[in-house]
Ligand binder design. Structure first.
Ligand SMILES: *[C@@H]1O[C@H](CO)[C@@H](O)[C@H](O)[C@H]1NC(C)=O
Length: 202
C-alpha cells in the first residue's frame, strides 16, 4: 500500500489527537533494539500475563490482560488476547495472527488482528521462556516521530519485584523511557472468570 504524505499526516493526527489516545509518541526513529538470541518459538508458546505496559488505546480500561500463543498448521502463531473491562466486568477477547517474516530473525515477529490492518511489530527483546518476557513494538512515521508500545509479560499473574526491577533497569540502559510503563491490574481475575462461568451456565 502506498502511503501518501497526506495519509501519514492524517494517521498522525488520529494518533496524537485521539481522545482515547494516550499512545506513547516521541520524536525520531524507532530503536533498532537487539532481540532475544536463538529465539525458540516453541518454548515461547502458551499463556503470558501482562504485568506492565506502555499506554495503548486498544487495551484501555482493561484488567487481567493475557495472551495465548498457539502454533498453527501453517507455521504461524495464533494470538488470543483476553481482558476484562474494568467498568463492566465483561470479558473481551480478540484473535490475531503472528509470524516471523525472516526465519533468521525468529524473535522479530509481525502480528495483526484485522485483515485491513498493516502488521505491527512484536519483537521479543528478552525472555527466559518460563518466567518473563519483554516485548517491544514501534512504528515510525516518515522517520520524524515514532509510536511505541512495550510490555513486560510473566508466566504468572505476578512477577517477582526483583526480576521486574532488573528488567526495567536493563530497558532503561538500552535507552527506553521506562517512565511510560503502567502496571496492569491482575487482581481478582479468577473470581471474575468464575462469575462469567456462572452467568453462562446458570
Ligand atoms: C525449543 O523448545 C522446545 C520446548 O521447550 C524444546 O523441546 C526444544 O528442544 C527447543 N529447541 C531448541 C533448539 O533449543
Amino acid at each position: 500500500m502506498a502511503f501518501t504524505g497526506f495519509t501519514y499526516v492524517f494517521l498522525l493526527m488520529t494518533i496524537m489527537g485521539s481522545p482515547v489516545g494516550a499512545q506513547v509518541v516521541n520524536w525520531g526513529r524507532c530503536f533498532d533494539f537487539a532481540v532475544q538470541r536463538n529465539f525458540n518459538t516453541t518454548a515461547y508458546l502458551g499463556i503470558w500475563y501482562e504485568i506492565e505496559k506502555f499506554p495503548a488505546s486498544f487495551e484501555r480500561g482493561q484488567k487481567c490482560i493475557q495472551a495465548t500463543y498457539e502454533l498453527k498448521d501453517t507455521g504461524h502463531i495464533q494470538v488470543t488476547n483476553e481482558g476484562i473491562n474494568i467498568e463492566t466486568g465483561e470479558a473481551t477477547s480478540i484473535v490475531g495472527d503472528a509470524y516471523a517474516p525472516d526465519p533468521n530473525e525468529p524473535a522479530k515477529l509481525k502480528v495483526k488482528f484485522f485483515w485491513w490492518q498493516p502488521a505491527g511489530d512484536y519483537w521479543v527483546l528478552h525472555t527466559n521462556y518460563d518466567t518473563y518476557s519483554i516485548v517491544y513494538s514501534c512504528q515510525d512515521f516518515l522517520g520524524i516521530v515514532r509510536v511505541e508500545f512495550a510490555w513486560i509479560l510473566s508466566r504468572a499473574r505476578t512477577l517477582d519485584d526483583r526480576i521486574l526491577a532488573k528488567l526495567l533497569s536493563d530497558l532503561q540502559s538500552m535507552g527506553l523511557d521506562i517512565g511510560y510503563f503502567q502496571p496492569t491490574d491482575q487482581t481478582g481475575c479468577d473470581e471474575e472468570k468464575e462469575k462469567e462461568h456462572y452467568l453462562i451456565f446458570s
